[in-house]
Design a protein around this ligand. Structure first.
Ligand SMILES: Cc1cc2nc3c(=O)[nH]c(=O)nc-3n(C[C@H](O)[C@H](O)[C@H](O)COP(=O)(O)OP(=O)(O)OC[C@H]3O[C@@H](n4cnc5c(N)ncnc54)[C@H](O)[C@@H]3O)c2cc1C
Ligand code: SF4
Ligand code: SF4
Ligand code: SF4
Length: 393
């Protein structure tokens, strides 16, 4: 049976098999790196083969045969744009779905910083879904919940990494008129365990509790890790790492040290994409659209289906947008069209932390060594001075 031979690199953890099993005999269990994999209770299994049949990593489908339109864009409302990671396109679509009585599924932290997909149907709760969280989100029972909403005729908007959108489509096995999906351009995802280790490191460093955390803050597009702490000795405080290389977590993430093994063999980092509308950052936008203000984030949007086109038409008046193409969009965003290469450190990354502790690995491995030119350039590009120079250029 397929699961017996399943290698880690062949499973993205999308939960399509778990959600499809008629006997409810598959559960997702974490391995020693904190990534979830399906496990079958053989005493309940009737060997119907459905789990194998739906698996999108084993049998990926590329049904969106061509990209219909590509845009560089952002939401005109400045406040909403600043609260988003890129140009706020997720918010624009989600707002439209909620206004139509629908429900929006995306990734949210609970009070213990555990990341999972949740559904929200009002604008107040939408805030917790916003912003990129750079680790794998736990899907739980999301797919079955979505199916129930669709059967009841409700609009549903689902946002996730390509493998998660592929998983949902594989589980549903048919098109629903009121389902809209967005896949994120994604270079890979570390596990919840890796993020937990990082939070513990910050707690030790600040000698207190971490009360809020963002992977990319609001101070301009590309701004990096910021968090608030509450320390018995020092009270409340805020820290900001202006570049990715001063945060061990973001450094190891950016250099692909700690992704799920399937990410290095990703079947979805390519055109055709999996969602009705693909969302990403339009890196390098100034080269193609120098008139477009970039400082507060510009989204790259690919409209891949008729369904996506309907939504685009409904929201485009609240957006500033320019028409682009896949070639320009991919020029500085490689993962739109290709998967991430696995660096040699990956195979020992989690083990190394278990043996030496996160603090030691953070200090000695998850940081730049040498590379002074890159360091200076990255640091300068995070400062206000650089923003002024860029405008003059
Ligand atoms: C792990 C990861 C890697 C990424 N890598 C790239 C990249 O290489 N290049 C690139 O251009 N863009 C990448 N992105 C996408 C980018 O960071 C933005 O999320 C995207 O452009 C949408 O921005 P926005 O302003 O429209 O929405 P935002 O308001 O920022 O909303 C983001 C949406 O993504 C969902 N989301 C957040 N974290 C996760 C998660 N861990 N799993 C599933 N869904 C999540 C949220 O629920 C929300 O729906 C990545 C995102 C993630 C989560
Ligand atoms: S073969 Fe059928 S019953 Fe057995 S785990 Fe797979 S889906 Fe469930
Ligand atoms: S990729 Fe998805 S469907 Fe395939 S085995 Fe993994 S969790 Fe199951
Ligand atoms: S890189 Fe591929 S497999 Fe990994 S989280 Fe992203 S879409 Fe899923």
């Amino acid at each position: 049976m397929y699961f017996k031979t399943l290698e880690k690199k062949d499973c993205s953890g999308c939960t399509a098999c778990v959600s499809a099993c008629p006997r409810h005999c598959i559960t997702m269990k974490p391995d020693d790196e904190g990534f979830f994999y399906p496990e079958i209770d053989k005493s309940l299994c009737v060997e119907c083969g459905l789990c194998e049949k739906v698996c999108p990593f084993d049998k990926p489908k590329y049904e969106n045969t061509e990209v219909m339109d590509v845009y560089a864009c952002y939401i005109k409302e400045q406040k909403q744009r600043q609260q988003s990671t890129s140009g706020g396109l997720f918010y624009a679509i989600a707002q439209w779905v909620i206004a139509n009585g629908g429900i929006v599924y995306g990734a949210a932290f609970d009070k213990n910083f555990k990341l999972s997909h949740v559904g929200v149907d009002n604008m107040d709760d939408l805030d917790k879904l916003r912003g990129s969280k750079y680790l794998q989100s736990y899907l739980g029972n999301t797919f079955n919940e979505i199916k129930n909403h669709l059967k009841n005729g409700r609009w549903v908007y689902f946002v996730g990494c390509g493998c998660q959108v592929a998983g949902l489509n594989a589980f549903l096995r048919k098109k629903y008129e009121k389902l809209i999906t967005s896949d994120l351009v994604c270079h890979g995802a570390p596990s919840q365990l890796m993020f937990d280790w990082h939070l513990d490191y910050l707690r030790r460093k600040e000698k207190g509790e971490i009360v809020s955390y963002t992977f990319r803050d609001l101070e301009g597009w590309g701004g990096c890790e910021s968090y608030e702490y509450d320390s018995p000795a020092r009270g409340m405080g805020k820290k900001r790492n202006p570049t990715y290389f001063t945060s061990p977590y973001l450094y190891s993430f950016m250099w692909a040290y700690n992704y799920r093994y399937s990410c290095y063999d990703c079947k979805f980092a390519q055109i055709p994409r999996q969602g009705d509308i693909t969302l990403a950052d339009f890196w390098g936008v100034t080269k193609f659209f120098p008139d477009l203000e970039r400082e507060n984030g510009v989204s790259l949007v690919l409209v891949n289906t008729q369904q996506g086109a309907v939504v685009w038409d409904a929201i485009k008046d609240i957006l500033e947008y320019r028409k682009s193409n896949v070639k320009d969009a991919a020029a500085q965003n490689g993962n739109l069209v290709k998967k991430t290469q696995m660096p040699p450190i990956r195979t020992v990354c989690y083990q190394m932390i278990r043996e030496r502790g996160y603090d030691d690995v953070a200090k000695n491995e998850f940081r730049m060594k040498g590379q002074w030119k890159l360091r200076i350039k990255t640091f300068l590009s995070s400062t206000k001075l650089w923003k002024i120079i860029s405008r003059i250029k």
